[in-house]
Design a protein around this ligand. Structure first.
Ligand code: UD1
Length: 398
């Protein structure tokens, strides 16, 4: 069997790493023995051959290469080099390049993960080429059609033959859209495989090393930054960082309130960084000594920062999930989420605060007094990748 899997942007890398490991483990335990043995065959092909395609949507070393290294991902076999652009440019260029790859490689399956532009572009192209498509992390719905990721999720799930879902709420979403049961398989959350694989390695990292190694400005580490005594911040959604008045009031809250209460570590996404400068907020941020701007940090570093944070403010979906398993109180800077299982009302660690400063402030004050309470939703057990592969191997046309 030939499987071609696709990654494009940062959150994809931690989802594909355990899947590739599961393929390698399968190949090691199912050595291919031709029958009858071929006298001239030097090395028989593995039972599953795998090709990794990187669309190149994220291309910076810190957004891409660092994750390949940290997660022990093999170099991509094929890099489409798509880079930045409008959504139509990214998706269109990916489809044109990916079609050529499919015609040359003719895989049995295309595996896409998550909800980025690569996910949509490659699932559409695979189905146009009449190739089976499997979506890992299917069934998530925010109901918010202004999010580019929601459009990517809807299209990918509508087209994919095999929908591997992380939780039972996602099964309900798919059923409500009329997806036949036979296409839906509950496998758990593959991000948590990566978290569990890397938790020990991350926990021994020193906060001071992470800060010194990633600070945007020259920064003297202060020993008062210690576990359970700093806040962590990430923000990259267009709805938060692309609108001047929204982004400015969020930044004012961080500089005038949060950082007066706790040291605030902010690994900053390139989109947010650009807009700090463009909206004239740069000076305000760098003047606040208790707000420490970091370049985008690596996987282990982010996990270490999460393990020690008193609380997190974020608009990232993946972090919401990691906070649930680690128990870090999480203020989600969005009005909706495609990951309701991470919310407090479903037993998780996160609360939706949108971008209303009054609401953020009151939830911040509450979260400040919460203690860490890890929870583990069903099948978030570190073995999702094996179940994903098994479902592909056992797939029968429905
Ligand atoms: C993308 C995903 C989002 C995911 C996020 C994680 C889509 C629609 N969005 O959003 O779901 O949560 O990644 O980071 O696919 N840039 C760089 N270096 C890079 C990559 C991007 O400087 O390596 C700049 C680009 O020039 C661009 C901006 O960052 O202007 C945004 O990048 P883009 O890939 O368009 O979307 P993200 O906001 O990163």
């Amino acid at each position: 069997m030939k499987i071609l899997s696709v990654v494009g942007a940062r959150p994809n890398f931690m989802k594909i790493a355990p899947f590739i490991r599961a393929i390698n483990t399968y190949n090691e335990s199912h050595p291919f023995t031709p029958s009858p043995p071929h006298p001239f065959s030097l090395s028989p092909p593995p039972p599953i051959s795998h090709i990794l395609v990187h669309t190149g949507q994220h291309y910076d070393d810190r957004m891409s290469k660092a994750f390949f290294e940290a997660l022990d991902l093999p170099d991509a076999d094929i890099d489409l080099g798509i880079g930045s652009g409008t959504h139509a440019e990214q998706i269109g260029n990916t489809m044109i390049a990916f079609e050529k790859v499919l015609k040359a490689e003719k895989p049995d399956w295309v595996v896409v993960v998550g909800d980025v532009n690569a996910t949509l572009a490659c699932s559409v192209t695979a189905k146009k080429e009449n190739i089976r498509c499997c979506h890992i992390e299917a069934g998530l719905r925010s109901g918010d059609m202004s999010m580019p990721e929601e459009i990517n999720r809807l299209v990918t799930d509508r087209l994919s033959d095999l929908l591997l879902v992380p939780d039972r709420l996602s099964i309900e979403n798919l059923k409500a859209e009329g997806v036949p049961d036979i296409r839906i398989k509950f496998v758990g959350n593959i991000m948590i495989d990566t978290l569990e694989d890397n938790r020990n390695k991350a926990s021994v990292l020193q906060l001071s090393d992470i800060i010194k190694g990633n600070a945007v400005l020259d920064y003297q580490f202060h020993p008062y930054i210690r576990d359970e005594h700093y806040a962590l911040m990430t923000m990259h959604r267009p709805s938060n960082v692309d609108n001047k008045s929204v982004f400015s009031s969020l930044v004012h809250f961080l500089t005038r309130e949060v950082s007066h209460d706790l040291p605030l570590l902010w690994p900053i996404h390139p989109r947010a960084m650009k807009n700090l400068e463009q909206f004239g907020l740069w000076q305000e941020v760098i003047e606040q000594k208790n707000l420490i701007l970091l370049h985008p940090v690596g996987y282990h570093e982010m996990l270490r920062l999460n393990i020690g944070a008193k609380l997190i403010l974020t608009d990232s979906g993946g972090l919401q999930e990691e906070c649930t398993v680690l128990g870090t109180p999480c203020l989600t800077l969005r009005w909706n989420t495609e990951r309701p299982i991470t919310l407090r009302e479903h037993g998780g660690a996160s609360v939706l605060v949108g971008n209303n400063i009054g609401r953020i402030r009151s939830e911040y004050n509450l979260a400040r007094n919460l203690s860490r309470t890890p929870v583990r939703p069903e099948l978030w057990d570190g073995h999702t990748a094996e179940r994903c592969l098994q479902e592909i191997l056992e797939y029968k046309e429905g």
